[in-house]
Design a protein around this ligand. Structure first.
Ligand code: ZN
Ligand code: ZN
Length: 357
């Protein structure tokens, strides 16, 4: 090494040494993002108030507010004499894949406070299909209703409505249409059913719209977070989303706290439109809960097996082509990106030092 190169070498040596000894900035930032986003994701204070989980959790008891909340999703009638609520809490935990403790422990309170679909969890025939396996978590509605059309590929039309009684679209129409087009395509890929958007609202098989509060079907929406949407089993075709949510498409990192991914909820509710009830597999699209700023739109094996049990398989689809579940969030993706970048930077630094030496 020549003497003229020595200053450059010393500069780069100490500069890279500084980088190696200090924690990577991206990790610091990602931890900050994680904490910030986590606070936003769990800031559903109105929901906590409604559930009265603060007092109930501290005492280990189930309050009347929590009983009403659980009853709304089908968990009450099975335990009429459950004075301390352990039975109904155990039922909630076992149905949704939580450790069954019978107590309002941290995982249970976290799930209770997580926004979810308004369709009850227990008004269906659980895995009542001959094709279901011991590991299947999918479920159907009572009687296993499905769209009954001619065998083979058939067509369902859908319309996105925005005139009264539906609310104006919360995002540009192009963005809403794109989210639903992608959501319908996920299901069409795995079953022999095609979906086509139509402007003929009166004849559309599936009618999609944003509604607010009590909108006349006995399932009122509750404002931001809480219940995000609901849909009815075949052949209703009604798919309703809560107009009070902060709906988002695309970049969830840029979405504000409390934002809800439209495409993820659309994919879930279309599953109901096709005849799937809630799955107890937490990774499944048909699991009822979805944290804010979280994307969960890719069908899992459980979702695919469930819907194929109703409609058969799209002949062009192979289970081996199923990708890993796309479950990501603004809070979760940041540290993952930081972790992948950090070793890469250190590897580059080591290589540079070796070359310089
Ligand atoms: Zn649902
Ligand atoms: Zn409704």
């Amino acid at each position: 090494m020549s003497s003229s190169a020595l200053p450059f070498f010393l500069f780069f040596f100490f500069f890279f040494l500084h980088l190696l000894l200090l924690p990577p900035c991206c990790v610091c930032c990602s931890r900050h993002l994680l904490l910030h986003a986590g606070a936003g994701a769990n800031s559903s204070s109105s929901l906590a108030d409604m559930l009265q989980v603060t007092h109930g959790g501290a005492n280990g008891s189930v309050t009347d507010g929590l009983r009403r909340y659980l009853a709304r999703f089908g968990y009450a009638s099975s335990a009429p004499d459950d004075a301390d609520g352990r039975v109904v809490v155990s039922l909630y935990q076992s149905t949704l894949g939580l450790p069954v403790t019978g107590r309002l422990d941290a995982p249970t309170l976290d799930l209770l406070a997580t926004p979810r679909c308004g369709v009850p969890d227990l008004q269906h025939s659980s895995q009542a299909n001959a094709t279901a396996t011991a590991t299947a978590r999918f479920a159907f509605f009572d009687g296993q209703p499905r769209w009954a059309r001619a065998p083979g590929h058939f067509l369902l039309t859908y319309a996105v409505l925005s005139t009264p009684p539906y609310q104006p679209l919360p995002l540009p129409r192009k963005a809403v249409r794109g989210a639903f087009r992608a959501a319908f395509a996920r299901w069409a890929r795995v079953i022999p059913v095609r979906f086509r958007e139509t402007r003929d609202y009166n004849t559309a098989d599936v009618r999609v719209g944003f509604l607010a509060g009590d909108h006349g079907d006995g399932e009122p929406f509750d404002g931001p977070l809480g219940v995000l949407g609901h849909a009815f089993s075949p052949p209703s075709g009604q798919l309703h989303l809560d107009a009070a949510e902060r709906w988002a498409v695309g970049d969830l990192d840029a979405a504000g706290a409390g934002a809800v991914d439209l495409e993820s909820v659309a994919t879930h509710e279309i599953g109901h439109v096709l005849g799937l009830a809630h799955s107890s597999a937490p990774d499944a699209v048909m699991y009822p809960s979805l944290k804010p700023r979280t994307r969960k739109a890719e069908l899992t094996l459980d979702d695919v097996r469930g819907v194929q049990a109703l409609y058969g398989s799209n002949p062009r689809f192979s289970l081996s082509s199923l990708s890993e579940p796309d479950t990501s969030s603004a809070s979760a993706s940041a540290p993952a990106a930081a972790i992948t970048r950090s070793p890469g930077k250190k590897t580059t630094i080591v290589l540079l030092l070796l070359l310089l030496c």
